[in-house]
Structure formats: structure tokens, C-alpha cells
Ligand binder design. Structure first.
Ligand SMILES: [Zn+2]
Length: 333
């Protein structure tokens, strides 16, 4: 833009002088009191034309007054003079305000309003597409392997009391066994994910078995609660390109984790809580299991601990508004 303005001004002046010259040459009209000005007969350099600034001058001008060959220039009638004036007025009106302002007052078309005061702001590159809004200070808390009566229900009670949404990666056979729990998890606003049907290591399964594990689970969730999961977690966090592709082909993203509480191993409430809280920062995905009593007992401590660090425990749906199917979310991103 900085480089274009002088060029625009130069062209503008050229137009102005041409118009003025035409007016003077037109004889007695004398609308412009000017010293003798030689009409500018040189056409603007075509290389300058493509810019937006120049388009309106040529598009809205009167035929071809700029090159001096127009009959308007050679004619002497009032009509021709008016046409030139009108053309210049339109051209002037289409100029950017800062260019208008640079035109000397005596060269501005009659009745042209004064250009507004403008501040020339340095041009910026076009802004990139806006980033999706980030889930500020969010940490996803996730529970695998349910739903089961007892522990899953106690966890739901705690989450409701603490006003927190979590993610439940359900095993298909448990969803089939306890469809009412799937519905309760759904009704209470949590994210429901696909954790395979019978919990095998998917990276060691044939393609057809991977597909069946995902499809049978999604069908179970659909039957139980009309849920179509968009998140999947491979059992043991074990996956390869085929597993990710199979999930992606079904509109699902893979969520692994960035904080492993190892709750299934130590089965200790205090340890589950401290590992979850100490390991978490914005964007973390915490792995726990809602089939273990000590884990469920730790839920309140985990939520309070995260909040004390200024973090917000959320579901994956809250953390990632538009997950990319087939993508593996496994780090703090
Ligand atoms: Zn699992």
C-alpha cells in the first residue's frame, strides 16, 4: 500500500491534469481557473492498472479521456465538457480518501465534498483464519472400561455434585450389559467414547477385527442411548496406522493420554489423586478407570486439586470442539 499510494497519486494527477486540460481546451467553459496546462496525452502505464485503486478510474471514467483521443477532448460542446467533468467527478469519488486528500483543491471536481480526515494506517497482511477458541486452562479427565454398576454410579454422583463433565470410554460389552448407565452418562452431559467391544490390543488385530471392535461398540452405544461416538481410545493405548485409519473412517478421533495415573496398578486413592493433579497442566488428558473403587473415591480430590492449580476439569467434547477424525490426540495440544 505504501508503494501504491504515490503511484495512485501520480495517476490521479495525470487524470486531473488531463481533465483540466480537456476543460481548458474545451474553450469558454472555464470552470477551472488554471494556468495554462499542457494536456497529458500519455496513457497510464498498463502495468499499474491491475491494482484495485486504479480499477474505478478506468471503469467509471468517460470512455477514454485519459489517452486524449476521445472525441470529448477534441469536441467543444458543453455536452462534452460536462461529460468530462462527470467522469472526473466519478473517478475522484471512487478514489481512496487519502488519495482524494492529496489532490490539490483546485483540481478537485466542482461540488466534490472535502475528503474526510484520514489516518493512514500501515497495511497489514491479510489475517489468517481465526484459530478455534481454546479451552482455557482445561484438563480432560477420562475414565475407561465401564460402565459398571456401583463405581460408575458413584463417580457420576460426584461429578454432578462438583459440576464437572468427564469422558467415559466404554467397553461395548458393558454398554450392552448396562444400557441404563449409558443413558445416565449421556443425560448428565458427559462425553461417551468407544473403547472397543471386548478390550483386545487392537494393534495386534487383523483389519477386520479392528473394524468389528469399533463397529460393535458404536452399535451398542447407539442401541443403548442413541449415541454416535466421535472419540475412541484403543485399549492399553495400543494403536497403529490401521487403528487410527479405522477410527477415522468411522468419524472418530483417537484420544490417548498425557497423564497416566496408573490407578489400575496401585489401586490407591491418594496416589491416583496426586498423580493426576501433579502431572496436569493446560491441555492435559488424564487417564483413570471408573471400574476401580479407589479411583472413584479420588474423584473429588482430583477435581479440587486441579481447580486449586487454576485448571478446569472438562470432557473431551468441551476441550476439542472440532476434533479431526483419524487424528491421535495424545500430547498436551
Ligand atoms: Zn481400557
Amino acid at each position: 500500500m505504501k508503494r501504491l499510494v504515490p503511484a495512485a497519486l501520480s495517476l490521479c494527477m495525470s487524470v486531473a491534469l488531463t481533465a483540466a486540460g480537456a476543460a481548458v481546451g474545451a474553450g469558454p467553459a472555464g470552470a477551472l481557473e488554471l494556468p495554462l496546462i499542457t494536456p497529458v496525452a500519455k496513457a497510464p502505464n498498463p502495468q499499474l492498472i491491475p491494482g484495485d485503486i486504479f480499477g474505478p478510474i478506468l471503469a467509471q471514467g468517460t470512455g477514454s479521456p485519459i489517452d486524449g483521443s476521445s472525441s470529448f477532448v477534441s469536441g467543444s460542446s458543453q455536452r462534452a465538457n460536462n461529460a468530462v467533468q462527470d467522469g472526473w467527478k466519478r473517478a475522484y469519488g471512487s478514489l481512496p480518501p487519502q488519495v482524494q486528500q492529496a489532490v490539490p483543491p483546485q483540481l478537485r471536481p466542482a461540488e466534490a465534498p472535502l475528503p474526510p480526515e484520514v489516518t493512514v494506517v500501515p497495511a497489514h497482511e491479510p489475517s489468517p483464519a481465526p484459530e478455534p477458541p481454546k479451552c482455557f486452562n482445561c484438563v480432560a479427565i477420562t475414565y475407561d472400561d465401564g460402565p459398571v454398576p456401583g463405581t460408575t454410579e458413584q463417580l457420576l454422583d460426584t461429578l454432578k455434585r462438583k459440576n464437572v463433565h468427564a469422558t467415559f470410554f466404554m467397553v461395548g460389552q458393558n454398554a450392552d450389559a448396562y444400557p441404563q448407565l449409558v443413558r445416565r452418562v449421556r443425560d448428565e452431559g458427559h462425553t461417551i467414547g468407544n473403547h472397543s467391544y471386548s478390550h483386545p490390543d487392537l494393534a495386534h488385530q487383523a483389519d477386520g477385527a479392528i473394524a468389528a471392535q469399533f463397529d460393535d461398540t458404536s452399535a451398542a452405544l447407539e442401541r443403548a442411548a442413541g449415541v454416535h461416538p466421535v472419540w475412541a481410545r484403543p485399549p492399553y493405548g495400543s494403536y497403529d496406522g490401521r487403528v487410527a485409519a479405522a477410527a477415522g473412517a468411522r468419524g472418530m478421533s483417537l484420544a490417548v493420554w498425557s497423564v497416566d495415573t496408573a490407578d489400575w496398578q496401585h489401586r490407591n486413592t491418594a496416589t491416583t489423586c496426586s498423580r493426576a493433579v501433579e502431572g496436569a497442566h493446560e491441555g492435559s488428558i488424564i487417564l483413570m478407570h471408573d471400574i476401580h473403587q479407589p479411583t472413584v473415591d479420588a474423584a473429588e480430590c482430583v477435581i479440587d486439586g486441579l481447580r486449586a492449580k487454576g485448571l478446569r476439569p472438562v470432557s473431551l467434547e468441551e476441550m476439542f470442539r472440532h476434533p479431526e477424525p483419524g487424528h491421535v490426540y495424545d500430547r498436551d495440544e
